[in-house]
Design a protein around this ligand. Sequence first.
Ligand code: MG
Length: 359
Amino acid sequence: MKITDVKIEKFSAPLSEPFRVAFGVIEDSDSWTVKITTDEGIYGLGSAAPIGFVTGETMETCYLVMKMFAEAFIGFDPMDIAGAHKLMDSIIYSNGSAKCAFDIALYDIMGKKKNLPVYKLLGGTDPVVHNDITIGIDTPEKMQAAAKRFVFEKGFRILKIKIGINPEDDLRALTLIREAVGEDIRLRVDANQGYNVETALEVLPTFEKLHIDAVEQCLPWWDFDGAAELMQKNTTSVKLMLDESIHTPYDAQRASKLHCADYYNIKLMKCGGLYTGAQIADIAQETGVKCMVGCMQENKISITAGVSLVAAKQAIVEADCDSFMFFKGDDDGIAGGFDRKGGIFTLLDKPGLGIDMDI
Ligand code: MG
């Protein structure tokens, strides 16, 4: 099989409201869709959702890189995913979102060729994934109201709460949320690099009292020594997770060697897709670390890929693949991939991603 055509198109869907995290505000949800067609008539879809302050790519730079890949991929064997990554890495360093789009499209093609859904292609057997929903930073009262809406109106059982601007407000918001949702709802929090070692150690005992499962990325992304120190000094039951520190499998290797975290947050846009995401999960598995799959402002194409990775890998025990539910109207309008009831996602038993979309 050979690749005969690559088409790239912008995907825009407005967010229901801007989303605030400790290091910035996300206002739009633009991404690039890629459609890769082969000489056998099979096509694959992929998606790139760059965020400048995480992946170092803007929509514009991502497009330029994808155009370079598109040219290089004509005539390439789409079943050779390792070779595809070698090719992309030989063209440009980093640029995870652009690489991710092509990676996902190739897995979609491979699934269709082998008549298997992507999660089975990656070794999974159970199509059901329990996903969380995220509450952005706002006043503690508004965050509490959001928590109530997600739990009591929309049926979510796991909440991820953005914190990290001001520890006092963080603790107040978390206390209000725990009071409102009761003890049966699982809570995890994400500081998005907003703390230092001392602040984190100060708030962790209160997190434990509030039965917070885990806290994500307390420290700046580059501070692996600090993360290791925090791991050593954390005497609470609250698990420590790294997100912005873990882009590639090499980051996971380094973090595992230094014992920097209990969990890694794998994002396909950071690491370059399913091939490299699976490598991070394998490193975690070997070194006794668990994983979550998270997301950027992604639509259902890459979200389906992310959920498929969760279903496929034993080390991946948590899912934070919720971005498509923040588009206006609670959905991005893309049909297929998986069915959803509250936070319970069931992957479709269709070849590839199970998404038909013409671009
Ligand atoms: Mg995070």
